[in-house]
Design a protein around this ligand. Structure first.
Ligand code: ZN
Length: 339
């Protein structure tokens, strides 16, 4: 139920990564001098919670005064109640926050698996949770605790986490694509999360790359996620992306050709995104990104072929770094941005 330690190799890297801001520019790496100067009193703390269908993952973070540096202090994971009704989940969230901050009033950001209203107060829908419709989660939790609560879409939180402490740190205009069951998207503009007019923006997985392509759950056809999500890769190749990656690692020509195809499809999607937003970088996360070496080169080749130079000048395609912690980190960042 409880685990103080972060799992996995990515987390180890994350724990060692301390962010610094020097003259307004972010850089990465340990900097003992700067860290020593930063007294514990000067650090504020926030909680980030990633509410998932099976687990509630949460962390407490110390944040530097300029908010550019943050250090995870403790992580906990509790099972999501079943059935995950709003009432049961609210109780679990209150208990989770209490575990990380006993008797305290640290503010909390919560990533919800669905659409959140633009004021970050109401969970309008939630996938894999029971009977979630226009749930005033922030208000309900604030009434029961001394905490300020803000909500965000979980995919947006994961992207925000990567933007803050992961592969996207230091970029002002950044997109994150998370390749999983679907393709999650995050847009960071001028260093801020962009959620659109009604809070449901950044559905980057549903940009169309083939008008006659496979039907998508959204109602359209040929969406990017029908080509490069983990589900789509499995459907197209007959094997799990992890297996496809292992085959490619071993030099299997068919697997390598598939990854090139996937890279090319990603490149076509990136073309639309670059022409629309000209981000400095796109970060690709999710399990599929483990094979980035096999499909990034083709994606970049496609971008070079299709995108006018001024729209791709200096563009970087990067693999995500925070793994499963990204959502928790981003939920914590949400508190700083919205309170
Ligand atoms: Zn779609």
């Amino acid at each position: 139920m409880l685990l103080g330690e972060l799992p996995g190799e990515v987390s180890e890297r994350f724990k060692e990564t301390v962010l610094k801001t020097v003259d307004g520019k972010l850089s990465v790496g340990s900097n003992p001098t700067l860290s020593a100067k930063m007294s514990k009193e000067a650090m504020s703390e926030v909680l980030g919670i990633d509410l998932g269908g099976t687990a509630i993952k949460a962390g407490r973070f110390s944040v530097s005064p300029n908010q550019a540096q943050a250090t995870p202090q403790e992580y906990v994971t509790v099972p999501t109640p079943s059935p995950a009704t709003p009432e049961a989940v609210l109780e679990a969230l209150i208990i989770t926050a209490e575990k990380l901050d006993p008797g305290g009033n640290l503010p909390v950001g919560i990533g919800v698996p669905g659409v959140v209203d633009p004021t970050a107060r109401i969970a309008r829908t939630a996938i894999n949770l029971s009977n979630w419709h226009e749930v005033p989660l922030a208000e309900s939790m604030e009434k029961r605790t001394e905490r300020t609560v803000v909500l965000g879409n979980d995919a947006n939180c994961a992207g925000l986490g990567e933007a803050w402490l992961g592969a996207g740190r230091g970029f002002q205009d950044l997109l994150v694509l998370t390749l999983g069951t679907g393709v999650g998207g995050t847009i960071i503009l001028n260093g801020r999360l962009f959620v659109g007019h009604r809070g449901a923006g950044a559905e980057l997985g549903h940009i169309c790359i083939n008008e006659e392509g496979p039907p998508c759950n959204c109602g359209s056809r040929g969406c990017l996620e029908q080509y490069i999500s983990a589900t789509a890769i499995h459907r197209r190749t007959g094997v799990d992306p992890k297996v496809l990656g292992e085959k490619a690692d071993g030099g299997d020509p068919e697997a390598l050709a598939w990854w090139e195809r996937i890279g090319s499809d990603l490149g076509v999607g990136l073309t639309s995104l670059l022409y629309t937003l000209t981000p400095e970088a796109v970060v690709v996360g999710g399990g599929v990104a483990a094979s980035s070496a096999h499909f990034f080169p083709k994606a970049l080749e496609e971008v070079e072929k299709r995108v006018l130079f001024p729209c791709r000048e200096g563009f970087q395609l990067l693999s995500a770094q925070l793994g499963n912690e990204a959502g928790t980190v981003g939920a914590a960042r949400l508190v700083l941005d919205l309170t």
